[in-house]
Design a protein. Structure first.
Length: 267
């Protein structure tokens, strides 16, 4: 079963990559950046939109998933139309550059898209073990961890690239907020303890067992889990306890925080 799900994720990724590479180097490169910026917009604003949906009284539980995918599709579509309007013609490249470039950008764009789709499943009110296979530490497909890598990239973008200094608290792992002369600044960073996947698995309503309970015999889950919680740029494992309810450290809606969400995660 695990092999089949990993193979399915990989096959869908390769199918998306084929569709992107068919647009040539210029089109694949534009779509890659459209998808990346669409994902950044989605993760900044899906929580506020989901909170508004919840205020309508709809209690179906899919507000996070709907908001994430809706904003991602809308933002990517708008960016796609914009880039096609600004640069409607294909740019010519040498054959070797053309084929290598369209392959690289096609695969990268497909991987980012699949990462957003996987994270939408993590945010949905489904079984704790998604498709009876995927948990917070599964890293599909075949250990590549598209979802983990995206979370690490988004954490890095909020902590270093699009950082908002002077807000929240200092980074608990001292990775972000460095200034000249060794001065440290408070910085508002996404998921500072790298536990987005863990908190979402705990929040999913179906299935039994807790991550903390599963790992009680082998050690403190909150010390081991952050190392699995995100990809590049993720906070290293430490001895910090997991946050409690909404609005706590690293917590937004139902304990999940982001730079754009209400009660967004300070670090």
């Amino acid at each position: 079963m695990e092999f089949g799900i990993n193979f399915l994720v990989l096959a869908l990724t390769l199918g998306l990559a084929y569709a992107l590479t068919s647009e040539g180097l210029w089109g694949a490169a534009l779509m890659f950046f459209n998808v990346v910026f669409g994902g950044l917009v989605a993760f900044n604003f899906y929580e506020p939109l989901a909170a508004l949906i919840d205020k309508t009284g709809i209690g179906w539980g899919f507000s996070d998933t709907l908001s994430m995918l809706g904003i991602f599709c809308a933002a990517t579509g708008i960016l796609r139309m914009t880039t096609e309007t600004i640069a409607p013609s294909m740019v010519r490249f040498p054959p070797a550059v053309y084929h290598a470039g369209r392959l690289i950008f096609g695969l990268a764009g497909a991987a980012v898209t699949m990462a957003i789709v996987l994270l939408a499943f993590h945010a949905a009110p489904v079984h704790k073990k998604i498709l009876n296979v995927i948990r917070y530490d599964t890293k599909p497909p075949f250990g590549m961890g598209f979802d983990h890598q995206w979370l690490g990239f988004f954490q890095h973008s909020t902590g270093a690239i699009f950082a908002q200094y002077g807000q929240g608290q200092r980074d608990p792992f001292m990775e972000y907020g460095h200034g000249a002369g060794g001065q440290r600044y408070a910085v508002k960073v996404f998921d500072p303890r790298a536990e987005w996947l863990i908190i979402h698995e705990e929040a999913r309503p179906y299935g039994t067992g807790s991550i903390l309970g599963d790992e009680a015999a082998g050690g403190d889950a909150t010390t081991a889990a952050p190392a699995q919680g995100a990809g590049a740029g993720a906070a290293p494992a430490g001895g910090s306890p997991a946050p409690g309810g909404p609005g706590g450290p690293g917590g937004g809606r139902r304990g999940r925080g982001g730079p754009g969400g209400p009660g967004a995660a300070p670090n």
